[in-house]
Design a protein around this ligand. Structure first.
Ligand SMILES: [Zn+2]
Length: 357
């Protein structure tokens, strides 16, 4: 895919809206993007499967994973004054939520603009000014003054999905995107581009892409996808939180523009060291910059895939500055390097290589 098209795809994937289980806009865009890359199917959980056209069922099966959902919110209750209580869907720090612009999907599928309401300083007590609001003190306001208005005029009901209202920008000079949901729409872009670029390649393995739903609420889509694909090997594409604004130099493991991050350890997986070494050696041989990370927390779909039947699994992540907040930065060069590395790895895989892992 040429540069212009790749940039447009990343922008489009950032802009589509889909919290866990409401990924329809994301899956529609993904399916359209990979329509010529193989046999595409979808299940009722909104998991998408793409089978490489040359799969023969006799070779090792490589699962390529990314998740399609983003962190957001859901309307929990409508108060008599038209303010709406909500719950977090996925992990949020409360400090990043108040006063953000959001979109709420109504029963007709329209996205209504609103804000996370906060008390103006004029009405705050001295104590309130010094502390964060508690999550239960926050609500979403679309400008209504009564519950009837919310239901009858705005068409919003309990259970409505909510996402940050952010439009993705690309800066040609810096090569940076500023937008929402790069965790994990950048992984979604990598998954689509890998399948598209390899569609007419002769490989020594069968590859099946699984775009999994509901990662942000506990890897639920991946649990179903792995049972359907039954992989012998897996590569997970992620948008991992960048640490270069919060860590001292010697602890930076996912800095912007420093290349894709290959995870050695997090709280859910110890990466198969043989597969990890194989991937790192391919990066070195091809002059692709990579970063390694040993995390003290975190987790992703790879753990679920790895535990299903022990398939060696690596995680290739693009660093995302300010993941799980409304506004994030990613670098196009990190995406390009992640894509180049993934394709080199897949092309080098065969039954003998797998045997050694
Ligand atoms: Zn996430």
């Amino acid at each position: 895919m040429d540069k212009e098209k790749s940039i447009q795809l990343i922008k489009d994937l950032s802009n589509v809206r889909g919290i866990s289980s409401f990924e329809d806009e994301v899956t529609a865009l993904f399916k359209d993007t990979v329509k010529d890359a193989g046999i595409v199917s979808e299940d009722h959980m909104r998991n998408i499967f793409v089978k490489h056209p040359a799969n023969d069922g006799k070779r090792p099966v490589v699962e390529l994973d990314a998740h399609s959902d983003e962190v957001g919110f859901m309307i929990r209750a409508i108060k008599p004054n038209g303010q709406m209580m909500f719950v977090n869907v996925g992990g949020w720090a409360t400090v990043t939520i108040p006063a953000q612009k959001v979109k709420v999907r109504n029963r007709d599928g329209e996205w209504i603009s609103g804000i996370v309401s906060s008390t103006p300083p004029h009405f705050m007590t001295a104590e309130e000014k010094t502390r964060l609001p508690k999550p239960e003190e926050l609500s979403i306001d679309v400008g209504a003054s009564s519950a009837d208005e919310i239901i009858d005029i705005y068409g919003i009901e309990v259970g409505a999905p909510v996402v940050p209202d952010v439009t993705c920008e690309y800066n040609d000079k810096t090569g940076l995107f500023l937008g929402k949901a790069f965790d994990n729409r950048i992984g979604t872009a990598l998954l689509a581009s890998t399948m598209n670029d390899l569609a007419s390649e002769k490989l020594d393995v069968d590859i099946i892409a699984g775009l999994s739903s509901q990662e942000e609420v506990g890897d639920r889509g991946a649990e179903v996808v792995v049972r359907k694909i039954k992989p012998d090997l897996a590569i997970v594409f992620e948008g991992a939180p960048a640490d270069d604004t919060v860590m001292p130099n010697y602890l930076i493991q996912s800095g912007l523009r420093k290349g894709p991050m290959l995870r050695d350890f997090d709280s859910t997986i110890v990466t198969n060291p043989h597969f990890q070494r194989f991937a790192l050696d391919i990066a070195t041989k091809n002059n692709i910059p990579v970063q390694r990370s040993v995390r003290t927390g975190g987790g992703q779909d790879g753990a679920i895939i790895n535990r299903y039947n022990g398939a060696p699994t690596i995680v290739i992540s693009v660093p995302v500055r300010y993941a799980h907040t409304p506004y994030c930065f990613i670098a196009f060069e990190d995406y390009q390097n992640a894509l180049a590395l993934a394709k080199k790895i897949i092309k080098a895989l065969n039954a003998d290589v797998l045997e050694k892992f």
